[in-house]
Design a protein around this ligand. Sequence first.
Ligand code: SAH
Ligand code: DHB
Ligand code: MG
Length: 217
Amino acid sequence: MADQDSRAGMRYGTPEIVAYLDALHAPHDEGLAAAFAAPGREGMPAIQVGISDGKLVEMLMRLAAVEKAVEVGTLAGYSAVRIARGLRPSGRLWTIEFDPRHADVARRAIASAGHAERVEVCVGAGLEVLPTLEAHGPFDAVFIDADKENYDAYGRWAAAHLRPGGMLLGDNAYLFGELLDDTRRGAAMRRFHEEACLHFDTVCIPTPDGLLLGIKR
Ligand code: SAH
Ligand code: DHB
Ligand code: MG
């Protein structure tokens, strides 16, 4: 139940509650477990989305019957597997990763989860790769989860290349609690939010680090 504290941002979740609910509502099969474990196993930063965040992204893809999706920031492919599972049977995901080692690990994780044919891992910087995908558009969903300094530019690209009714998602929308800081990435993330409002119906879902959801007007 909402009360003044929880409306203002206080959480009642504890590590034990989160673990119980992740296991109950968002259980991992082998493919998801392997993709989730890959960053730790491969010496990459373990900065994949949370388990329930991943399930939320998957379910939003399903609810919106997404056919064509773009992700910026693949890491080891955990969120890509979640997105792929939420797509329509004929759906396709283009996911962009700057670090070729991450992209290699992700391709393997995505293939062992059974989604190699519907997911293309594109190696390069988001700002360079996105224009090369435009011929496949307009898109039904864009999930942004890469370098925070460029979220505003990624959001602008999404506004231009999502169909009306298409879905924008932005992870780390609280910027690790630094959204209101006077920093370059703070300013970029605030611009992402403020410009999203101009082109999308928006809400910031209060996941642990905030998930911006927009529906393109
Ligand atoms: N979405 C992933 C996590 C992504 S972590 C998941 O939930 O499983 C962020 C990733 O973005 C890292 O792998 C990092 O290498 C990549 N990245 C950083 N800057 C980038 C850029 N400019 N373009 C594309 N990817 C970038
Ligand atoms: C970092 C990046 C993310 O996308 C995330 O969800 C958590 C942490 C990071 O760069 O530290
Ligand atoms: Mg993230």
